[in-house]
Design a protein around this ligand. Structure first.
Ligand SMILES: C[S@@+](CC[C@H](N)C(=O)[O-])C[C@H]1O[C@@H](n2cnc3c(N)ncnc32)[C@H](O)[C@@H]1O
Length: 364
């Protein structure tokens, strides 16, 4: 089996560096996309009679976001059922992620989650079946025509693999000075993977079914490309200081790609199984949501903002980096990352990235 399918996962558990405790940016993305999810589900619910509503969340990870879609969908359908004077359907949710994902934490949180759902929905609430579906979304996960709605938030920028045979000795990702061939190799890997993803889902989703996807996007004019490039620069410094083996660094590239809206659109249109209903970019700060729960008057200083950004990135990237470079350099790496983010804030003040949100309908 491909090593990435085993190694890749977010930081597990509920600890200080866990994804569960460091994923509020992704939570904000889900909240921003909620009206688009709502639009897609309401459309679906009014055209297809559904007794058992089957929904898959691909790349669900663990922590509070893993069950966020379940809550959102139940709320939306509940409200639509009331408006249309229909009995709400039974729900079946499939939570998907790679094999190394901390599914156990999700299972452990289920009793409390289901209890609060029952409290909120009371007698209106029919059984809600929650299943786990481990495996890569670049392969078939479900039987033919078995899903009404597919959702994937902040996962599809993960490629099935980094482009093979890249010569990238100074970084672990693209930089503004990477040669065109390297940009092309990453773009082609994205095109190939996204096309496979769409083809597979088209077999699994019923005709007229919906799909809402969000992923890291790229603005063509953005100069400081991503935090991934910064991590690559720091790792390069650590090689020069003999803290990391050069061969480990030179042989590693991050399997991530942030497409432009045009690149995503081109693949959808060429693949042809889905019709685009919406495709838009939402601009977010690197520290979006940091003020969640913080008094507005209590402005956070640069150090705190950089600390927040560092923890969010560490929760997502550490398992993969640890597997390649070893656990003993992780604290040093992320300490340097934090310092770099403070410097960047002083240079450019605003650090933002676009998130691409798209809503698709499976052609009949
Ligand atoms: C940043 S997390 C997003 C999690 C959650 N959807 C959220 O919004 O917080 C990305 C997730 O995608 C998963 N992932 C990456 N590649 C995948 C693949 N090929 N198949 C299934 N899951 C994948 C990762 O393991 C990770 O848990």
């Amino acid at each position: 089996m491909d090593r990435q399918q085993v190694v890749l996962h977010m930081n597990p558990g509920m600890g200080d560096n866990s994804y569960a405790n460091n994923s509020i940016i992704q939570n904000k993305v889900m909240r921003k996309a909620k009206p688009i999810v709502e639009e897609s589900i309401v459309r679906l619910y009014t055209i297809i009679p559904i007794r058992c509503f089957k929904v898959a969340d691909l790349g669900c990870s663990s922590g509070p976001n893993a069950l966020q879609l379940v809550s959102n969908v139940i709320d939306i359908v509940d409200c639509s059922s009331s408006n249309l004077n229909l009995k709400p359907p039974v729900f079946q949710f499939f939570l998907n992620d790679l094999f190394g994902n901390d599914f156990n934490s999700i299972f452990k949180s289920l009793p409390q989650f289901l209890e609060s759902l029952e409290e909120n929905k009371g007698h209106k609430f029919d059984p809600c079946f929650i299943n786990a579906t481990p495996g890569t979304f670049y392969r078939r996960l479900f039987p033919n025509d078995s899903l009404h709605f597919v959702h994937s938030s902040f996962s599809l920028h993960w490629l099935s693999q980094a482009p093979k045979e890249l010569v990238n000795k100074k970084n672990i990702h693209l930089t503004s000075t990477s040669p065109p061939a390297m940009h092309r190799a990453y773009r082609e890997q994205f095109q190939k993977d996204f096309k496979v993803f769409l083809k597979l889902r088209s077999q699994e989703v019923v005709g007229g079914g919906g799909m809402v996807l969000t992923l890291f996007g790229r603005d063509k004019t953005c100069d400081i490309r991503t935090a991934w490039t910064i991590i690559g620069t720091i790792l390069n410094d650590m090689v020069l200081e003999n803290l990391i083996e050069a061969t480990k660094f030179e042989s590693f590239n991050l399997p991530l790609y942030d497409p432009t809206i045009e690149e995503a659109k081109e693949v959808i249109e060429k693949e042809g199984s889905f019709t685009l209903q919406r495709l838009e970019a939402v601009i977010m700060g690197w520290d979006a949501n940091i003020n969640e729960g913080v008094d507005d008057n209590n402005k956070l200083d640069l150090n705190m903002r950089a600390h927040f950004i560092t923890k969010q990135h560490r929760a997502a990237l550490e398992p993969l980096l640890k597997a390649q470079f070893g656990e003993n350099v992780m604290d040093k790496l992320f300490l340097r990352f934090k310092t770099k983010v403070v410097q960047l804030f002083m240079e450019v003040e605003i650090l933002e990235f676009p998130t691409i949100v798209m809503s698709l309908i499976k052609n009949v």
